[in-house]
Design a protein around this ligand. Sequence first.
Ligand code: NAD
Length: 359
Amino acid sequence: MRAFTYETHAARVVFGTGCAERALAEELGRLGARRALIVTTPRTAPLVAELAAPLSVAAVFDGVRPHVPVDTVDRAVALATRAGADALLSVGGGSTTGTAKAIALRTSLPIVAVPTTYAGSEVTSVWGTTEGARKTTGRSPLVVPRTVLYDPALTTTLPAAMTAASAMNAMAHCVEAFYAPGANPVTDLVAAEGVRVIAGALPAVMADPAGEAGRTGLLYGAYLAGSAFAAAGSGLHHQICHVLGGAFGLPHAETHTVLLPHVAAFNEPAVPALRARLAPALGATDVAGGLTRLAARIGAPVSLAQIGLTEDDLDTAVGLVLEKDLGGNPRPVGEAEVRGILTGAVHGHLPASTRRESV
Ligand code: NAD
């Protein structure tokens, strides 16, 4: 077995249908929190109203915006200070968790996270904020939620398209965990199980969005995916997604869905474990084909053209990706390789070696 370093973050995880309503007050109490600032969005506010009823709340900040703009964080920090908050309770998706993390970074307040999508941010030490077009990211133990309550009942309101895209985002964490800088035998194990669980649960949820078994599976898979990503980190796929999201405003989760099979197809020959461990987890003979088949089965977009990137954008996109440090990828990546991956993704065409697996 190869030598490895595996860094994990101490966190308490409570999982199960109804756990947020049942255990939130107790979990805040365990941290000695008496006046939490609730962080959320207007869309998730109805969920919050029910959860907050029995709690002693300092204030509610529902001004979360995508990509965590610095001025949003300024306003939230001012509110937390004014209201005398002693903890942060985030209820929402990755943007909400991200906002709570940015507040914690400045205030050192502990976070209790109740995720309502499959983003996985709640188990990582990664934070990010934006100022205009500039994105700043970092890692800090201060932003790792102390307690995470995974309650599948809170995810049933997530619209179908968002469910599919968010679950495929979690899938991307699992796939990249196999070759990201911190990949190790434990993250392989967690990521492979994440892929198996997500691939099994996602079609069930799309067929029956309120079904408890499917939603429970997806949220468990998302937890595994976030945990693998937290330790292994990310690679080429996430780097390309950041460029496409930042420069062309493409939607984060849908971009993951489309691009993932193309990056997986590119890296599969250099990472034998990808095919050996993940193809069976997808019920396929190759990872890229299995992912494409899954995306098509659930009606997710399969080309970048469908979500707004055209051939005319390719030169700019390739140039911007090449500005990134791509040195850690298991297969050397230069201009021709990036152009090949992006051209295939714009049209939704996988390399010939994997095409027979696609739909
Ligand atoms: P999001 O948090 O932006 O949520 C998208 C929309 O869904 C919002 O309008 C939200 O109100 C709504 N929503 C959330 N849960 C809902 C529910 N249960 N019912 C109805 N509506 C609901 O999207 P996301 O995909 O969860 O998060 C994406 C962001 O997370 C990106 O900015 C990404 O960079 C970040 N992220 C960070 C990390 C990390 O480790 N720091 C990891 C993964 C993702």
